[in-house]
Design a protein around this ligand. Structure first.
Ligand SMILES: Cc1cc2nc3c(=O)[nH]c(=O)nc-3n(C[C@H](O)[C@H](O)[C@H](O)COP(=O)(O)O)c2cc1C
Length: 185
C-alpha cells in the first residue's frame, strides 16, 4: 500500500491577497498524489500568554492538532522590517510548547518567502532559520527560494509565471518530498 503524507502550509501574512499564501499554493502543486496539503489560518490564534496554557483556547487546540497531524511543513514568510512577522512568530511560539506536544519538533520543513521589494525576504528567512533551529525542525537547506518583486511574478490566476523561480521551487520541493518520505521510513 502507498504511504500517504500530510503537509501543512504556514505564512505570517493575514492578507486575503497574500503573495506568500499564493506562493504556498504554487509549492503545493509540486506535491505527489499521495501527499495532502492543508493551509493553516493563523489569524484566530490569540497572542501567546502562558496563563492561557491552563485552559487552552479552542483555536490553539485546533492548530496544535493540525500540526500534530502533519508529516512536514511549508513556510512562506513575508518580511516586515527585516524580520519574520509577529503573526508567524506567535503561531510558532504556541506550538513550540512541550505541554501541547511540541508538534513541530524533528519534522521536515521547506521555507520560502515573497516580497514586493528587491531582497526576496532574505533577512526574514535567515531569521526564520534561527527559529527553526530553536524548534528542532529539520529544514531543507538548499536551494533558497527568495521571491523578489513578487507582484510581477504571478499571472491573473495566481500561478507563478517566472520560469527561474519555478525551477528553484521544483528543486526545493523535490528535496522536501524526499526528506518527508525518508523521515517516515
Ligand atoms: C510593516 C511592513 C514592513 C515591511 N518591511 C519589509 C521589509 O523589511 N522587507 C521587504 O522586502 N518588504 C517589506 N514589506 C513589504 C512586504 O514584503 C509586502 O507588503 C508583502 O506583500 C507582504 O507579503 P504578503 O503579500 O504575503 O502579505 C513590509 C510591509 C509592511 C506592511
Amino acid at each position: 500500500m502507498t504511504q500517504s503524507y500530510h503537509i501543512v502550509g504556514l505564512t505570517g501574512s493575514l492578507r486575503k491577497a497574500s503573495m506568500n499564501k499564493t506562493l504556498l499554493k504554487n509549492a503545493a502543486l509540486f506535491l505527489p498524489e499521495n501527499f495532502t496539503y492543508t493551509y493553516a489560518d493563523l489569524g484566530e490564534l490569540p497572542l501567546y500568554n502562558q496563563d492561557l496554557e491552563e485552559d487552552l483556547p479552542e483555536s490553539v487546540k485546533q492548530f496544535a492538532e493540525l500540526c500534530s497531524s502533519a508529516d512536514g511543513f511549508l513556510i512562506s514568510t513575508p518580511e516586515f522590517n527585516g524580520l519574520i512577522t509577529g503573526v508567524l512568530k506567535n503561531a510558532l511560539d504556541w506550538v513550540s510548547r512541550k505541554n501541547i506536544g511540541a508538534p513541530l519538533a524533528t519534522k521536515p520543513v521547506a521555507i520560502m518567502g515573497a516580497t514586493t521589494g528587491p531582497g526576496g525576504t532574505a533577512r526574514a528567512q535567515t531569521n526564520l532559520r534561527q527559529l527553526i533551529f530553536a524548534l528542532d525542525m529539520d529544514p531543507v537547506n538548499r536551494p533558497e527560494l527568495k521571491l523578489s518583486q513578487a507582484h510581477m511574478k504571478f499571472d491573473d490566476e495566481g500561478r507563478l509565471s517566472d520560469f527561474a523561480t519555478l525551477q528553484v521551487l521544483q528543486q526545493l520541493m523535490d528535496k522536501f518530498v524526499h526528506k518527508v518520505e525518508r523521515s517516515k521510513e
